[in-house]
Design a protein around this ligand. Structure first.
Ligand code: AMP
Ligand code: ZN
Length: 484
């Protein structure tokens, strides 16, 4: 396998640290609201990468994706009187930690449902840690950094001394930082900041009124507070996978400050590097602008399902663009992806039909297989892989293949489907009778919501089922999905 490594800015041959095993850490969602399709591009990229490492690389994979359930935004939206509070979270109390938990568990649940509908399978994760479960590990790391002289206390918060770090180690391994604009001794408290603000960043933030906090005593000073965002991933990555691991993923906006700060903290505290490879997906854009909540130009997965879009087409569409290229989101693009996906599906069906042809030349099939594997092994070149499939289908229509050839081709499509996961490797009749897996999943989610007396959510999911051409017949013990 070859991958573009942002550390070296080149495509490098990938070799894992532990032979045969790849450890991947992906920065996961911040659960303060629904994830949008742009966020899902980042998760689908990591999903594809880990599948490629297993299927094409032949490695066993430990894949970790964290859930950020404490940061500026989750705290802001769980605060008393926040306009973002919804009745579905439950009743707010006077305990900020409890309110935080209620808001974040709601959105974490929504996230898990989204990714399962998008074909990201729970069983593929080695772990999905919640940041709030790793506060002691974060405190250990902060203590180490402080003892090693790279952190200082100011007004009850703890900061990383970037100026000192820069004098000893490279800061800016992933991203060209404009050091002229670093103001010596200036400090930044917010979790996200621009490159011109590369000043001392916060490791631990002093408790504020009505905000969640944890106890911490450092250097005989009592410092109640809560972690900064960057320290979370350093501590979870180290505790769960061990540092350095093999590949760190995220979208390009995580290069700085998030990953740059992770590298500095982990080296300053644990004395080790973070990861051998840093791999980033480019943005999903809408009319030339990053899809983001702040710009308001986003769709959630539910928005798209409500419009009757098939998640298989969304998955295929997002994976069809090379991960390091910008993907422009349009409904026309999803429609084109659907056509391409169904054309391939049709070809797969045709390969199940018996052939009168007994021409057994196998070399063409071997070339097809090796070209496909090579395209994925070469920095996950999915557009190239799809092009190879279309060229093959055009050159060798299914009715010109012998039974043996068709069997071999089906084995190759099965391999490809372990990566893309958007086709059914079965004869046509079976597919038509079956209810699509994502519709079943929505049916199950609706049934769960109904059982938990979350009626608004159950009604919404019933609408999604209707949009997809199904209705749910409920009985005392379960439900049955019927086509409209
Ligand atoms: P967040 O929930 O904001 O922490 O973001 C989760 C992941 O989505 C991170 O890896 C982000 O960098 C990534 N992300 C955010 N917006 C986009 C976008 N428009 N396209 C691709 N990835 C994105
Ligand atoms: Zn992270």
């Amino acid at each position: 396998m070859k991958l573009y490594n942002t550390l070296s800015k080149t495509v490098e041959q990938f070799t894992p640290i532990n032979p045969g095993e790849v450890r991947i850490y992906s920065c996961g969602p911040t659960v303060y609201n629904y994830a949008h399709i742009g966020n899902h591009r980042a998760f689908l990229f990591a999903d594809f990468l880990h599948r490629a490492m297993r299927i094409i690389g032949g490695y066993s994979v430990k894949w970790v994706m964290n859930i950020t359930d404490i940061d500026d935004k989750t705290i802001r939206d769980s605060a008393l009187n926040s306009p973002e509070w919804k009745v579905e979270f439950g009743k707010q109390t006077n305990d900020p930690k409890e309110n935080l938990k209620k808001l974040t568990s709601f959105y974490a649940q929504e996230f898990l449902q989204d990714i399962s509908v998008l074909g990201i399978k729970k069983e593929h994760f080695f772990a999905m840690p919640y940041a709030t479960d790793y506060i002691p590990q974060m405190l250990d790391l902060i203590e180490n950094i402080y003892k090693n002289g790279y952190a200082y206390i100011s007004n009850g918060s703890i900061y990383f001394n970037v100026g000192l770090w820069v004098s000893k180690e490279k800061y800016g391994k992933l991203f060209a930082i404009d050091f002229d604009n670093i103001i010596s001794g200036s400090r930044i408290d917010s979790d996200e900041y621009a490159k011109e603000q590369a000043s001392d960043f916060v490791l631990w933030k002093a408790k504020k009124d009505d905000e969640p906090f944890w106890d911490f005593t450092l250097d005989n000073q009592y410092l109640p507070g809560r972690p900064g965002w960057h320290i979370e991933c350093s501590a979870m990555g180290n505790h769960i996978l061990g540092l350095p691991f093999d590949i760190h993923t995220g979208a390009v906006d995580l290069r700085f400050p998030h990953h740059e700060d992770e590298i500095a903290q982990s080296k300053a505290g644990y004395g080790v590097d973070t990861s051998t490879f840093f791999c980033y997906n480019e943005f999903l854009e809408v009319e030339g602008k990053k899809m983001s909540k702040s710009l308001g130009n986003f769709y959630t997965l539910k928005d798209l399902l409500h419009k009757g879009l098939d998640p298989l087409d969304i998955r295929f569409s997002l994976l069809s663009t090379h991960y390091a290229s910008v993907h422009n989101f349009t409904f026309f693009g999803i429609e084109s992806a659907k056509k391409a996906r169904l054309r391939i599906q049709e070809y797969i069906h045709e390969c199940f039909e018996l052939s009168g042809n007994d021409f057994h030349e196998i070399a063409i099939i071997d070339t097809f297989e090796s070209d496909l594997k090579e395209s994925i092994a070469d920095d996950l070149h999915t557009p190239k892989a799809i092009e190879i499939v279309f060229t093959f289908m055009k050159s060798y229509p299914a009715n010109t293949l012998s039974n043996i050839q068709k069997n071999n081709v089906l084995t190759i499509f099965d391999m490809l489907n372990q990566l893309f996961d958007v086709w059914k490797i079965s004869p046509k009749e079976k597919v038509e009778l079956a209810i699509p897996e994502y519709v079943l999943e929505i049916g199950r989610q609706r049934w769960e919501a109904k059982k938990n007396r979350e009626f608004q959510k159950a009604d919404e999911l019933r609408d999604v089922l209707l949009q997809n051409g199904f209705t749910s017949k409920d009985s005392k013990d379960g439900f049955e999905l019927l086509p409209l």
